[in-house]
Design a protein around this ligand. Structure first.
Ligand SMILES: *Cc1c(COP(=O)(O)O)cnc(C)c1O
Length: 219
């Protein structure tokens, strides 16, 4: 199947309030161009340098989302252009993004990554740490970042019930934290769902899905 057909298939299943991030990591620029020609404008990458190389080569109306773990020494490369950073998993990363965004006089939108899976290896905050972050003053000074949502990854399992439970847990935290509004904390986006679990994620309240292999094929 072609990239265009794959995109059409997915869009047919996704309600209009859910945004589709086409996860193009490891794929060549030609594949992204094909998706672009089919109308796709949001792309997700998990390595800052790879994303920056693609940004340089592709049309400038693309929204680039950084979905992977952030290395602080690479933040400077994406600071001029990135539109959303999904994988914020520490205050340190947030501080570095703030510092680099300031140099470009911009505010970078970010999602806090929440640890919902049972696997130990997945990065992210737990509910308690997020509460601490927003009740402490560590956010107040960061005027060049804005927390606009949460992101999470379910456990890699065939057990749909478990996936549903994990997404439901994240949605509850999202609803709870949505009551808190600060100048740089205002939750609108709930990023959850990948090729294998996006239907469950949407049913559980996702507003943004990140799809790679179902669009571009296996990596
Ligand atoms: C790779 C990746 C995806 C997309 O995964 P697929 O299974 O190919 O759809 C989504 N989110 C994150 C954080 C990823 O690293």
């Amino acid at each position: 199947m072609s990239i265009e057909k794959n995109l059409q298939n997915i869009k047919q299943q996704v309600p209009p309030h859910v945004q589709l991030v086409a996860v193009s990591k490891t794929k060549p620029v030609e594949a992204l161009r094909e998706a672009y020609q089919a109308g796709q404008r949001i792309f997700g990458e998990n390595k800052i340098q790879e994303m920056t190389q693609k940004w340089e080569q592709l049309p400038k109306d693309i929204e680039w989302h950084m979905i992977g773990h952030i290395q602080t020494n690479k933040v400077k490369y994406m600071a001029p252009y990135v539109s959303l950073v999904h994988g914020i998993d520490s205050v340190k990363v947030l501080q570095e993004i703030n510092k680099q965004a300031k140099k470009y006089q911009r505010i970078i939108n970010c999602l806090l990554q929440i640890h919902i899976a049972e696997e130990e290896t997945k990065f992210g905050f737990d509910a308690e740490e997020v509460e601490q972050l927003i009740t402490s003053n560590s956010l107040t000074d960061l005027e060049h970042v804005k927390i606009v949502g949460l992101m999470g990854m379910a456990t890699f399992t065939e057990d749909k019930e478990q996936i549903k439970q994990e997404f439901t847990q994240l949605k509850k935290l999202f609803d709870h934290l949505s009551n808190t509004k600060k100048p740089n904390f205002d939750l609108q986006i709930l990023s959850m769902g990948m090729s294998n679990d996006y239907e469950i994620a949407i049913a559980c309240g996702s507003t943004m899905i990140r799809i790679g292999s179902s669009i571009f094929g296996a990596r």
